[in-house]
Design a protein around this ligand. Sequence first.
Ligand SMILES: Cc1ncc(COP(=O)(O)OP(=O)(O)O)c(N)n1
Ligand SMILES: Cc1nc(C(=O)O)sc1CCOP(=O)(O)O
Ligand SMILES: [Mg+2]
Length: 212
Amino acid sequence: MKKEQLAVYFIAGTPNCRTSIDETLQAAIHGGITMFQFREKGEGALTGETKKHQALRLQSMCKQAGIPFIVNDDIDLAIEIGADGVHIGQEDEPASVVRKKIKGGIVGVSVHTMDEFEKAIIDGADYVGTGPIYSTATKTDARPVAGTTLIAKMKEKYPHFPIVGIGGITIENAVDVMKAGADGVSVITAISHANKPDQAASKLKNVFSKTK
Ligand SMILES: Cc1ncc(COP(=O)(O)OP(=O)(O)O)c(N)n1
Ligand SMILES: Cc1nc(C(=O)O)sc1CCOP(=O)(O)O
Ligand SMILES: [Mg+2]
């Protein structure tokens, strides 16, 4: 995985989108997102075959655009459909186990402390996501707001390891996350609830280009 692929990392599931997730993702791709995570979670989330078929449609759009298609939590689905990778948190399957299952695919791990970060590196993570950087209404079980301090500490100790910030990130505050040392920003609402998701993605990409 190239670090640059984390620049504008869009995450969404059907419950996050105001119009259809297919339209939202297509617009986000048009605006320049660099990676996509299918996170089918929360009230009204699809399950079973319907979830799989939705995943396949989105995967095909990502493939055509040449951006990695990552599956959140559901390792079996990721393997079944041949996704480019998975994202797991501290409450999910251990990263060391997932690393073996996913073989050469991308493994992203959520971390909240320096110890979790160093363990993720040892376990074979390709990148880490850390947050919530700012207050978020999207994840009901999010941890307390962390700010950008941990990102700066992680970058200081491991300058080359890919790190992305997540949680409450907007077009306005993304610059501070980048300046703290993140290689990119992960967003749900900033793109999925935007009136024009393509423009939101494009503005986030501009923040990245101006900061890096
Ligand atoms: C890029 C990125 N970073 C962090 C997360 C959060 O993962 P997790 O803690 O497992 O929480 P859920 O997303 O599964 O609710 C993420 N998904 N992506
Ligand atoms: C999925 C997720 N994980 C978080 C973490 O802190 O690990 S915050 C979060 C939600 C991000 O959504 P939004 O961009 O709408 O705030
Ligand atoms: Mg998870």
